[in-house]
Design a protein around this ligand. Structure first.
Ligand code: NAD
Length: 289
């Protein structure tokens, strides 16, 4: 039997529509309630990385479509760390800016950790600041990293029961695997994190009611590794041998075993983009009281 498809494009569209409605409500706020507010996102790109340039262009375009004001700082690859930190300090102080995003990776001579920590935790639209990671750990999240946040929305939309479920996350990065595991834990799942040093990956994945793959290796997850009826979320973004975009999951094989599955493309990717808009809007709503 073929698994139900969790359509990231359709869900992201409905999230963007909801963001647009809430942005319009903020913009129409009467003077007696504090006056109009336009949510603002500041995007900073350092260097000429082609993939990063596409990502930031998409982020700016997404903002425009829902009424969020965005700015894009394109700084040369030889920008000093001090110059970047000074720019972040200006954005932290700018009341029109509710979210700040510094596109990663940064050039080698810049300490990415120091840059992320320089962003005000109240404007950290990516949710990477240790303050926001800590909030997530203690179960009081402020900004959640966009990719795992989007995955949680997909699971909710798919009606996947998390309370008491066995969840297995493959990957332990700070931007996907670890925050994903924390969010699943907060939702009541029993969580296992697998990674490059895990022995017998399949023994873990076969127990999973919910399986999230976030590695970056095509066909890492095959049908024999999946529990019948499981929900399988494919975060991976890879180029297959044919040059086409693919995930970490052998989609054709796994869809015959799983109960629900996300495609690549059209799965987690559009949700990541949509959740950045949600984070920016919610920051503006918080600052507007
Ligand atoms: P990363 O390289 O930081 O982390 C990869 C993780 O995979 C590591 O924790 C590593 O331990 C683990 N790993 C490597 N080989 C493994 C193996 N054989 N078995 C089990 N675990 C193994 O990558 P990341 O930034 O977390 O991204 C992971 C993937 O998700 C990439 O393909 C990336 O492009 C994609 N991604 C997609 C989106 C999206 O919006 N769809 C967003 C972020 C990342």
């Amino acid at each position: 039997m073929s698994a139900r498809l969790i359509d990231g494009n359709a869900l992201a569209r409905s999230i963007r529509d909801d963001v647009a409605r809430r942005v319009a409500a903020l913009a129409a706020r009467p003077a007696c309630a504090g006056g109009p507010v336009v949510p603002g996102l500041a995007v900073v790109l350092v260097g000429e990385d082609a993939a990063s340039a596409v990502y930031v262009r998409n982020k700016v375009k997404d903002c425009g479509e829902v009424g969020i004001a965005s700015t894009l700082d394109r700084l040369p690859a030889d920008t000093s760390e001090a110059t970047l930190l000074a720019r972040i300090a200006e954005l932290n102080a700018d009341t029109k800016v509710h979210g700040i995003l510094v596109q990663l990776p940064l050039p080698q001579h810049i300490d990415a950790h120091r840059v992320i920590e320089a962003i005000s935790p109240a404007k950290d639209a990516d949710g990477f600041h240790v303050g926001n990671v800590g909030q997530l750990v203690v179960g009081r999240p402020l900004f959640r990293p966009c990719t795992p946040y989007g995955v949680m929305r997909m699971l909710e939309h798919a009606g996947t029961r998390l309370d008491g479920a066995e969840a297995v996350v493959i990957g332990r990065s700070n931007i996907v695997g670890k925050p994903q595991a924390l969010m699943l834990l907060a939702a009541g799942a029993t969580v296992t994190i697998c990674h490059s040093r895990t022995k017998d990956l399949a023994a873990h994945t076969r127990r999973a009611d919910v399986l999230v793959a976030a590695v970056g290796r095509p066909n890492l997850v095959t049908a024999d590794m999946v529990k019948p009826g499981a929900t399988v979320i494919d975060v991976g973004m890879n180029r297959g041998a044919d040059g086409k975009l693919c995930g970490d999951v052998d989609f054709a094989g796994v869809r015959e075993v799983a109960g629900a599955i996300t495609p690549v493309p059209g799965g987690v990717g559009p949700m990541t983009r949509a959740m950045l808009l949600v984070n920016t809007l919610e920051a503006a709503e918080r600052s507007a009281g």
